[in-house]
Design a protein around this ligand. Structure first.
Ligand SMILES: NC(=O)c1ccc[n+]([C@@H]2O[C@H](COP(=O)([O-])OP(=O)(O)OC[C@H]3O[C@@H](n4cnc5c(N)ncnc54)[C@H](O)[C@@H]3O)[C@@H](O)[C@H]2O)c1
Length: 336
């Protein structure tokens, strides 16, 4: 099998590529893996260093919006797993044009090429954020899309395009929507690595609003295992939810991060809430559990401890990235 992974130099895509080439994803053993990645600020070849010399690995630098290049790259691939996107909500609130280009136009270009080259399956990786916010209960896959921030609106647009190509031209598309991922190799602008790297450096951490916003946490390895299950056995034209089973408020998450890094509440800055900050996300994962047998395996306590330890041991990976993550909050010494 020949798999094309877009955005494979990012956090989740690189986990998928490393795991696939190591034979850890049943169904992808022996697969040839091509990564197409633009290497934006969050794309990092270091994430792929462990498999860079693998004989079944190929890397192509390029933009999913570049139709000519995409046409060349897609040719000869059996399946596409499409991760490439601008992914950081705060950046989208600051300036959203690149989100529309990469997330909507980039997906459209990939879908058209997949159709032209008769790709057997296109897995489109999306997010719970497309549904907006839910006070209680959980969304099922048929819930209406009601995104509140530009990132989520652009992802919703790409989901609808992917499903439209299935309905109109029969392209074998499956959409996954997952909860908040965490784990190693996550760019230090996202809350867990931002807090951990700040705390390891003795810096302060910013907590939005009253800290009451709630998210479900999914370990990146569980997410990639579930994507592979969808690639193997998901039904064409369907949406599958992927969750981690640990819902926490940002305040509870901060409590755990402080404990894991040996810090206390006096290093926390209470900063004004994010504009349009969704209060709560929650996915019902009954469908993927019953149809494909997915269950999250990584307990949050274990996954978080391993993640903190990874950042502790891999300072050389994240230190050069910190200046580019400054948008996400003040990096001032804890004593000030
Ligand atoms: N991180 C999460 O918690 C989370 C949750 C739900 C869904 N997702 C989705 O998963 C996917 C991957 O997220 P991530 O956290 O790994 O993001 P990331 O920002 O770490 O990685 C994105 C990758 O895509 C590449 N890229 C961006 N625009 C591109 C373009 N136009 N052409 C080619 N490559 C491009 C970047 O260089 C980078 O390597 C995204 O589609 C995101 O919406 C992420």
């Amino acid at each position: 099998m020949r798999i094309l992974v877009t955005g494979g130099a990012g956090f989740i895509g690189s986990e998928f590529v490393r795991s696939a080439l190591r034979g850890e994803l049943p169904g992808s053993e022996g697969a040839h893996v091509t990564v197409l990645d633009k290497l934006t600020y969050s794309g990092n070849l270091e994430n792929l260093a462990p498999v860079a010399a693998h004989p079944r690995f190929r890397f192509v630098t390029g933009d999913t919006c570049d139709a000519r290049l995409v046409d060349d790259v897609v040719a000869g691939h059996d399946v596409i797993v499409h991760f490439a996107a601008e992914s950081h909500v705060d950046r989208s609130i600051d300036t959203a044009t690149q989100f529309v280009l990469s997330n909507v136009l980039g997906t459209q270009v990939m879908l058209e090429a997949a159709l032209r080259h008769r790709v057997a399956r296109f897995v489109h990786v999306s997010t719970d954020e497309v549904y907006g916010s839910i006070d209680s209960g959980s969304w099922t896959e048929d819930a209406p899309l009601a995104p509140n921030v530009p990132y989520a609106a652009a992802k919703a647009g790409s989901d609808l395009l992917a499903l439209a190509w299935h309905r109109t031209r029969g392209l074998d598309v499956v959409v996954t929507r997952c909860t908040n991922n965490y784990g190693h190799y996550q760019f230090p602008e996202k809350v867990i690595p931002l807090f951990v790297t700040n705390l390891l450096d003795g810096l302060r951490v910013p907590l939005y609003g009253d800290g009451g916003n709630r998210r479900d946490w999914l370990h990146v390895s569980d997410h990639c295992r579930a994507i592979q299950m969808v690639l193997n056995g998901g039904r064409p034209g369907e949406v599958y939810h992927i969750g981690g089973g640990t819902e926490l408020s940002n305040r509870q998450l901060t409590e755990r991060l402080l404990a894991a890094c040996g810090a206390d509440w006096d290093v926390v800055d209470h900063v004004p809430d994010r504009q349009g900050h969704d209060r709560r996300y929650s996915l019902d994962i009954t469908k993927i559990r019953e149809e494909l047998g997915y269950e999250p395996r990584v307990r949050f306590e274990d996954g978080l401890a391993a993640t903190v330890e990874w950042y502790r041991r891999n300072r050389s990976w994240w230190e050069p990235l910190k200046p580019a993550s400054a948008l996400s909050g003040p990096a001032v010494p804890a004593g000030t």
